[in-house]
Design a protein around this ligand. Structure first.
Ligand code: GLA
Length: 393
């Protein structure tokens, strides 16, 4: 595994820590992720194909002798101070972003029996709340740092599961495991093929000389992302229950076939039918997409991104005009293999797979189309396959 990236953010969190707390911290990094194909499959027991990117969250951190926890961020205003014993099992509105590290600490303390306090400065070079998993990166970097500070020697899978429990139990988003696994198990030059039902995983090489990932940021805040997301999770649970009683008893929605779904069509309303059609169809796309990635066939992989976007737009209804326009504009450009929304949807970013060298022209063209339609200049960022998390020396 290569060392985590160096970034000006690393120097800044360390400098702020020294200034405010007057001591020498250790510094850790965890990456954000994009997901190539496998939209909204993780919580239905499906397969996903995320890739850790070369951007993420840094933390400068140091344990204390008492049980006080002081948390600061370069990017967000809340400055939180709390005693470890006062945290409880759910986040509080006034903690804002700090709920993520506090949730991880709470679960870490419960799971390992370690106690005490710490000071930490966080900072990132990943756009926040835009679908690149800044929250999973905060959780994973906190878990990695605590594991190192308290010498608990957790496996990467345990780190991922702990971070995931912080998100579902402490924060209250009913997400699947993809984001935390992508961040914790990221490897340089590799995409993670994660079978969420196990979980089991393998790493598949990505060739940066043949394909690049361009992030297209609509700048549209992700309205409804928490409520809309939890609603999709509940709908998938409902339709799974209907399939279990009407067709056959399989452990996950993603395990059913289109034939199973057709057989039980009359037992469900049209919305649930479309939600399930997305999940089952996306499983077919991920099989094709993963096979294409293995043979470095980025044309076919790109087509799977296009089809995935269409299905999330029509059947899963998590897209929006901005994401549709930006991905359409990208598809119309030379050198683009395919494009789709990334993360939960409802706003935020899309990704396009592009031939190396093509991204500047794609950016210019897409910006023109998007600005004409929404009077907003979108953001562009060329991302590389990142390393996994770790200590930054
Ligand atoms: C969010 C969730 C993930 C996953 C994606 C959709 O990022 O945190 O668990 O469900 O949405 O693919």
């Amino acid at each position: 595994m290569t060392a985590p990236p160096r970034s000006p953010v690393h120097q800044t969190v360390v400098a702020r820590f020294r200034e405010e707390f007057g001591a020498e911290p250790r510094c850790f990094f965890a990456p954000g992720r994009i997901n190539l194909v496998g939209a909204h499959l993780d919580y239905s027991g499906g397969d996903v194909l995320p890739m850790a990117v070369d951007r993420g969250i840094f933390v400068a951190i140091r344990p204390r002798d008492d049980d006080v926890i002081r948390l600061r961020s370069l990017d967000l205003p809340q400055r939180v101070e709390v005693r470890s014993g006062e945290i409880g099992s759910r986040t509080r509105p006034e903690w804002g972003w700090a709920g993520y590290p506090l949730g991880v600490w709470h679960l870490f303390e419960q799971g390992t029996g370690k106690g005490g306090g710490f000071d930490a400065w966080f900072g990132g070079d990943l756009p926040m709340a835009s679908g690149l998993s800044s929250s999973a990166a905060i959780e994973v970097v906190t878990a990695i740092a605590l594991d190192a500070l308290f010498a608990t020697r957790l496996e990467r899978q345990q780190i991922a599961l702990l971070a995931h429990r912080a998100e579902t139990g402490f924060i209250g988003v009913r997400c699947g495991i993809m984001d935390q696994f992508a961040s914790a198990l990221g490897r340089s030059g590799q995409v993670l093929l994660l079978h969420c039902a196990g979980p089991r995983w393998e790493h598949v090489p990505f060739d940066p000389a043949a394909c690049e990932v361009l992030v297209l940021d609509t700048k549209k805040p992700r309205h409804l992302s928490k409520s809309g997301f939890n609603e999709r999770v509940a709908q998938c649970a409902n339709v799974h229950e209907i399939l279990r009683t009407h067709v056959r008893d399989l452990p996950h929605l993603a395990a059913y076939t289109m034939d199973d779904l057709e057989q039980s069509r009359d037992a469900m309303d049209e919305v649930l039918f479309r939600r399930a059609r997305h999940v089952i169809g996306e499983m077919e796309r991920i099989r094709t997409g993963a096979a294409a990635l293995r043979r470095h066939d980025y044309e076919t992989l790109g087509k799977m991104l296009d089809q995935s976007h269409e299905s999330t737009r029509v059947d899963y209804e998590v897209s929006c005009d901005e994401l549709d326009v930006i991905t359409d504009a990208a598809r119309g450009c030379d050198g683009v293999f395919g494009a789709r929304l990334t993360g939960a949807g409802f706003g935020g970013c899309a990704i396009a797979l592009v031939r190396p060298g093509a991204s500047s022209a794609v950016g210019r063209r897409v910006a023109e189309v998007f600005r004409r339609r929404f009077a907003v200049v979108p953001g562009f960022d060329l991302l590389r396959v990142g390393s996994g998390p770790g200590e930054v020396g």
